[in-house]
Design a protein around this ligand. Structure first.
Ligand SMILES: [Zn+2]
Length: 114
């Protein structure tokens, strides 16, 4: 049986950030869904649980740092979990001028409003 080991705060809640480091944490459910820390803690009407008999879409199986990439969105409440280092693809285009027109339009829609 897969054993879940989730780090908890001294008060028993699941942390939103690592300590030390302050890196953003997200939570994975047995069905592959992603939960934000609030929903992992049962907020927003969430039924998240580490119990072995919890339904797969609520059973917490892992917590991990979201190191890099676009923000994750919580499958329950839709909250964004920002990555520790941002989205390298967006950053690359912003800094070295390699954006093509479609990418630039996605990043700066206001420049294309007419
Ligand atoms: Zn959430």
């Amino acid at each position: 049986m897969f054993r879940t080991i989730l780090t908890r705060e001294p008060d028993g809640t699941l942390p939103a950030f690592t300590w030390p480091g302050g890196y953003p944490l997200y939570y994975l459910c047995a069905d592959g869904g992603t939960l934000c820390p609030a929903c992992a803690n049962g907020e927003n009407g969430s039924e998240a649980s580490e119990a072995a008999d919890a339904p797969a879409d609520w059973r917490l199986v892992a917590q991990d740092v979201h190191w890099e990439g676009p923000p994750l969105s919580c499958d329950h409440c839709g909250a964004a979990v920002e990555s520790a280092y941002g989205d390298p693809d967006a950053r690359r285009g912003e800094t070295d001028g390699t954006l093509d027109e479609a990418e630039r339009r996605a990043l700066h829609p206001e420049e294309y409003e007419s």
